[in-house]
Write a protein that binds this ligand. Structure first.
Ligand SMILES: Nc1nc2c(c(=O)[nH]1)N[C@H]1C(S)=C(S)[C@@H](COP(=O)(O)O)O[C@H]1N2
Ligand SMILES: [Mo]
Length: 395
């Protein structure tokens, strides 16, 4: 991953540090930093305000201000594509073969005729927050914007697999999309998920996002949705599901998207044998309001943000205005669920004026708490440290 992302990043001319900005800061720094607005394109007709990393491949971050609500609008939903999208092709077939009794080749219409389900779930890139790991690691320097929550509509992967009749010796489903690497020596984006995860009822092959057909940027006509698992499993432009005994081979399974199996010394090299494929994203919360450095009038100070975990529903979010000495339970909005986010809010007693700060930490059911400092790893995955915001109260 490190190697691949570095070469992709340099090819795309990415030299910027963190680019997650508030809308105001965003407007005032556009141009000065070289960050450009993504203009309306055929890719995603409504992209207007995403922060863009380089030219191609398309990597867009969602501005922090949009994480104050349960559903992230599709028009500003982050985009992460290793090679950029293939041509839009609604006639593209989905092949299901390998260890099945009945190999299938399905049109999008045939997929759509199966019973539809809707799942509300967080899509988060494993590299979200990479810029916040210390020491710094190479790769796209996402801060907070490589995530979002959407309503995904599609068919259960297990219904498709049931139609194909999986053989007993099967253990993994290999996933391929229609996007091709730019050079023959670049490895293809080939992934797999264990059969058990493929058969779980919330894993779907989606054709709609937030009530509209998937845009090309987000994988049209068909993409995988794996709630609770990092974005690399959510294969876009899906063309081929191959049921097999082993996990997929190649760079994107054996080298990329792997983390140390246990905590390592920050900055220390990790032998490949101690790395494992990453799956679920860990518990995390993020303060959206106030924003860093904001000036706010005296009186009660509303602190609001988002909390989620790919491992368990959120149990509580606590906020401290004295850097962790005392904690106060925030109010939660939205339905709890694995890989599903909720909005937290709390009103802090505001002073007459001066500096204020808030730190948030989320607790998931079963007792796991968001750590004060995220576990460092060589590719900078799964940053989930406590988020602290400081602002100024002034009349
Ligand atoms: N075919 C294909 N699927 C893909 C990718 C890709 O490059 N090619 N990128 C993955 C990664 S790393 C992420 S984080 C998510 C991003 O999904 P989005 O662009 O819809 O936000 O798509 C995943 N699916
Ligand atoms: Mo990702």
């Amino acid at each position: 991953m490190v190697r691949a992302e570095r070469s992709f990043a340099s090819r795309a001319g990415v030299t910027l540090p963190a680019i997650m900005l508030t809308r105001r800061a965003w407007l005032s720094t556009t141009g000065a930093t070289g960050i450009v607005f993504a203009s309306k394109t055929a890719l995603n007709a409504d992209i207007e305000e995403l922060a863009r990393f380089g030219g191609t491949p398309q990597n867009f971050a969602t501005p922090l201000a949009y994480f104050d609500r349960l559903i992230t609008p599709s028009s500003v939903f982050f985009v992460r594509s290793h090679f950029g999208p293939p041509a839009l092709d609604h006639a593209r077939k989905l092949v299901i073969d390998g260890l099945v009794e009945t190999p299938l080749t399905l049109s999008v219409d045939q997929v759509r005729r199966l019973p539809a389900v809707e799942v509300t779930a967080v899509l988060q890139c494993a590299g979200n927050g990479r810029a916040l790991h210390l020491p710094r690691v190479p790769g796209i320097q996402w801060t907070h914007g490589a995530m979002g929550q959407a309503v995904w509509k599609g068919v259960r992967l297990r219904d498709l697999l049931a139609k194909a009749r999986v053989k007993p010796e099967a253990a993994h489903v290999q996933l391929a999309g229609a996007d091709l690497p730019p050079k023959p020596q670049t490895p293809a984006f080939l992934r797999s998920i264990p059969l058990a995860r493929a058969l779980s009822p919330e894993t779907i092959v989606a054709y709609e996002m937030n009530g509209a057909p998937l845009s090309l940027a987000h994988g049209a006509p068909l993409r995988l949705v794996v709630p609770g698992w990092a974005g690399d499993h959510w294969v876009k432009w899906l063309t081929h599901l191959r049921v097999q005994r082993e996990e997929a081979e190649g760079f994107f399974m054996q080298t990329a998207y792997r983390m140390p199996a246990s905590v390592v010394e920050p900055g220390a090299p990790v032998p490949p044998a101690e790395m494992r494929s990453l799956t679920t994203f860990p518990v995390k919360s993020l303060i959206v309001t106030p924003t860093e450095g904001e000036r706010r009038p005296p009186g009660t100070q509303l602190v609001k943000g988002v909390a989620f975990s790919g491992e368990a529903p959120i149990e509580a979010v606590e906020v401290s205005s004295d850097d962790g000495k005392t904690w106060h339970r925030a109010k939660l909005e939205g339905e709890p669920g694995v890989g599903r986010w909720q909005i937290f809010s709390i009103s802090l007693a505001g002073g007459a004026g001066g500096p204020m700060s808030a730190v948030a930490r989320a607790l998931e059911r079963g007792g796991r708490m968001q750590p004060e400092r995220a576990a460092w790893n060589p590719s900078g995955y799964f940053w989930n440290g406590w988020h602290r915001v400081a602002w100024e109260v002034a009349a």
